[in-house]
Design a protein around this ligand. Structure first.
Ligand code: NAP
Length: 312
């Protein structure tokens, strides 16, 4: 028996033939809308919104297997009402995203972009004792907003750097606290005490716009803000203003509210390290993400429970 499914065309080269065996795949490019059909499963990229309207075109769909750990691009209420299973790709991208977060922390603290620009410009005049002085990490405080898989992985990497760790999450993480000395605090204290504030919460109605004009003011002068979670956690214009005014030390961003657009004022702001949403972009991780997404489809079509459902 062969099942008609829609899979993001951009995943084609990451999948082995045996992984899609038994599936009658229609490869759907990211820039093409979903067309009506008897598809029983869809594997979208995180850039595709799958809501009530899209589900109307998919009357037979049984699973939305999102190829990302975040699933803010899927209307869970619409899916649940239709009894459509939604899955994501947790765990396999934790290390890659935590590593990239650290690349941003270090790039901001040690002014890598300014250094690279100086060398490339041909204007570098040689070693100088006060050239491009950055922030020493040892003894400083790393604040984590969200301490799930990725937040904790970022925190564990902070121990050898000699950082004190504080975090805000809905629930306490005793094992993480025991292993790293991390202390759970409320959001206002996280804002006030972090020298580096790194965002690792999902985009939800509660977290959207968490970093705004008001909360930016509550951060210490010189704070480094890093975001590898979702862009809409930050109000981009307010962040640009805080950077222009010199209130924030630097911002290292991998994600934006309206990707691929970036607020022009933020793109032009000083002391930023801006990456094109590559948190999970390693060969190994992207293959594993595609594999899990399709394995979820295969399991559900066999009548088995999904491997990584986002709700039960
Ligand atoms: P996770 O394990 O579910 O962790 C999410 C954390 O956020 C949890 O600690 C959760 O608290 C906390 N949280 C949720 N709502 C909160 C709120 N209102 N206030 C405070 N904390 C809150 O997810 P993950 O695997 O670490 O991934 C985190 C996010 O990273 C994803 O949702 C995704 O958007 C993003 N991401 C981005 C990239 C990239 O390419 N840049 C790659 C992977 C993931 P509890 O533990 O108490 O529930």
């Amino acid at each position: 028996m062969s099942y008609p499914v829609l899979i993001a065309a951009e995943l084609r080269d990451l999948l082995e033939p045996d992984q899609v065996q038994g599936l009658e795949v229609n490869w759907l490019p990211a820039d093409k809308a979903i067309t009506k059909g008897d598809w029983v499963a869809i594997v979208p990229l995180l850039s595709r919104w799958v809501g009530g309207t899209q589900l109307k075109y998919l009357p037979k769909v049984r699973i939305i297997a999102n190829c990302a750990v975040g699933y803010d691009n899927v209307d869970l209420v619409a899916a649940e009402m239709r009894k459509v299973i939604v899955t994501n790709t947790p765990d396999v991208l934790t290390d890659a995203t935590a590593d990239l977060t650290w690349a941003l922390i270090l790039a901001c603290a040690r002014r890598l972009v300014e250094g690279i620009d100086l060398v490339r410009s041909g204007q570098w005049t040689g070693w100088h004792p006060e050239q491009l002085l950055g922030v020493e990490l040892r003894g400083r405080t790393l604040g984590l907003f969200g301490a799930g898989r990725i937040g904790q992985a970022v925190g564990r990497r902070a121990v050898p750097f000699g950082l004190r760790i504080i975090y805000a999450a809905r629930t306490a993480k005793p094992e993480f606290e025991r292993d790293t000395g991390a202390v759970r605090v409320e959001w206002p204290r996280l804002l006030a005490e972090s020298d580096i504030l790194s965002l690792h919460a999902p985009s939800t109605p509660e977290t959207k716009g968490s970093v705004n004009q008001d909360t930016l003011r509550q951060m210490k002068r010189g704070t480094i803000l890093v975001n590898t979670a979702r862009g809409d956690l930050i109000r981009e214009e307010a962040l640009a203003i805080a950077l222009e005014e010199g209130h924030l030390g630097a911002a290292g961003l991998d994600v934006y509210a309206e990707e691929p657009a970036i607020h022009p004022r933020l793109r032009a702001a000083p002391r930023t390290v801006l990456l094109p949403h590559i948190g999970s972009a390693t060969h190994d991780t992207r293959r594993k993400m595609a594999a899990i997404a399709v394995a979820n489809v295969q399991a559900v079509l066999r009548g088995e429970p999904p491997l990584t459902p986002v709700y039960r």
